[in-house]
Design a protein around this ligand. Structure first.
Ligand SMILES: Cc1cc2nc3c(=O)[nH]c(=O)nc-3n(C[C@H](O)[C@H](O)[C@H](O)COP(=O)(O)O)c2cc1C
Length: 339
């Protein structure tokens, strides 16, 4: 595993992860995030029940590419047999299999899957143990602090998961009950980091260099996972690396002479344009352009920029994906010259 870094964080480089995000982190976006500085990417969570029944749409969510190494599919489920079957089906192609114990969505928790399992530690550990005993791939787990219905369970579960051979843990510093409200509790993540030997990735409320530094100082985690901060802003990874001195500004893939000569607003447009164009190129060469994905990313990429409302209208006027892609590029291009 690449994130072996452990112990006090004294400024040295630690891995940056693109968070698994359903409806966001499909293959072209994961590949783009890597070009933008993410060290590790994980697929959207996928139902073990559907995978074990060979549902084609679910298998499509776990599509990967030779450029995506390590390939880490994430699965969820409440039925241990289906989780084992899905994990075995993935064993050949996966570099690591990630288990979702963090999803707060009612459709997941009502089948006793995702974050609901944080409330039934014995079931969670037994399910994980069965999977580990049946696959060769390393297994990692992504958790929340607990369900929020009683005391947090993450510390107990983390030490037990380490004991049965889980090789990496990721902790989102919120409970199931909190969903996305409140502030991520980095101190609780720090407790996990200091209680286990395996690498622990800190997750929750990292959006920029300052929050990345603060989170590493608070947790000493082996790496950081970024979710919402990377929606529409895949550049956040390289920006953090530059901000923390892990990368030179000259190495930013979008930083040409023009970019260096520009003011802050123009740089934002130029960076987003580079990312958008690369997204389209990557999608064209892998999955093909998928209108649903493109529209979602186009809205996210242009959010907060002057005149961004135009982008929503473009979706209706340009029905061909290529035309829509070009119109978004054009909007960003105009922003580069007008701002
Ligand atoms: C749109 C969206 C989809 C998500 N889908 C998943 C998922 O498929 N698997 C998962 O483990 N977490 C999922 N999450 C949770 C994130 O991985 C992450 O834990 C959470 O957003 C907190 O990190 P952040 O503060 O950096 O956003 C999702 C979050 C968002 C916003």
């Amino acid at each position: 595993m690449i994130d072996k870094a452990k112990g006090e964080w004294d400024g040295e480089e630690r891995s940056l992860f693109l968070a698994p995000m359903s409806g966001v982190s499909e293959l072209p976006y994961r590949l783009l995030a890597r070009e933008c500085g993410a060290d590790v990417t994980i697929t959207e969570f996928t139902s073990s029940s559907a995978l074990s029944r060979e549902v084609a749409n679910s298998w499509a969510r776990l599509e990967s590419h030779v450029d995506e190494r390590p390939f880490i599919p994430q699965i969820f489920g409440g039925n241990p047999d289906e989780m084992v079957i899905a994990a075995k089906m993935l064993d050949e192609t996966a570099d690591i299999i990630d288990l979702n114990f963090g999803c707060p969505a009612p459709k997941v928790t009502k089948i006793c899957a995702g974050a609901a399992l944080m409330g039934t530690a014995d079931d969670l550990v037994a399910m994980t143990e069965s999977i580990i005993s049946e696959v060769n791939s390393p297994v990692s787990a992504k958790m929340r602090l607990g369900t929020g219905a009683g005391p947090d369970t993450v510390l107990d579960i983390s030490t037990r998961l380490e004991g049965i051979g889980v090789q990496r843990l990721c902790v989102h510093g919120r409970t199931l009950k909190q969903r996305y409200s409140g502030i991520a509790d980095w101190d609780s993540i720090a407790n996990v980091v200091s209680s286990v030997e395996v690498p622990v990735i800190a997750n929750g409320d990292v959006f920029d260099t300052k929050s990345a530094r603060d989170c590493l100082e608070a947790t000493h985690a082996s790496g950081l996972m970024i979710g919402r901060g990377a929606i529409g802003r895949p550049s956040v990874f390289a920006e953090i690396k530059v901000g923390l001195g892990w990368m030179q500004q000259e190495e930013l893939p979008w930083a040409d002479d023009n970019w260096f000569a520009s003011d802050e607003t123009t740089r934002i447009f130029q960076t987003r344009k580079w990312c958008w164009n690369r997204y389209i190129e990557i999608a064209n060469s892998t999955t093909g352009l998928r209108p649903k994905w493109m529209m979602r990313h186009a809205v996210a990429f242009t959010k907060g920029l002057p005149g961004a409302k135009k982008v929503r209208m473009m979706m209706h006027t340009h029905t061909e994906p290529e035309d829509f892609a070009a119109s978004v590029t054009n909007y960003l291009e105009q922003g580069c010259s007008e701002s």
